[in-house]
Design a protein. Structure first.
Length: 108
């Protein structure tokens, strides 16, 4: 089961990358936010119709999300433990506890 979902996950990832790369760019994407020659109405208003490619990309993204969660659940069920279970239980890992008394230099 895990292998099948993993293969589907990889296929969805490749398909999503392909769909994103072949989509037509708007031309005023993030450049409009930085003060480029774009119409403010196009950034904050006006809902454009979602094209076939946009809908397909959204479906692929949702499928990628579902398969990611499924793989995470199956992996945790396989091992019976989580990554967080193996984390150290130190109160403050940034400040290590002293292991010995401080060394005082001898006077000459």
């Amino acid at each position: 089961m895990y292998s099948i979902i993993l293969i589907i996950h990889v296929i969805i990832a490749i398909a999503m990358i392909g769909m994103i790369l072949i989509q037509k760019t708007d031309g005023d994407g993030m450049g409009g936010l930085a003060g480029g020659n774009s119409n403010v109405g196009s950034i904050f208003g006006g809902r454009a119709k979602a094209s076939f490619m946009t809908r397909t990309t959204a479906i692929l993204a949702a499928s990628f999300f579902v398969t990611s969660l499924s793989l995470a659940y199956l992996a945790s069920a396989r091992n019976g433990k989580s990554i967080l279970d193996s984390a150290p239980a130190a109160a403050n890992p940034a400040v290590p506890a002293p292991t010995s008394a401080p060394v005082v230099p001898k006077a000459k």
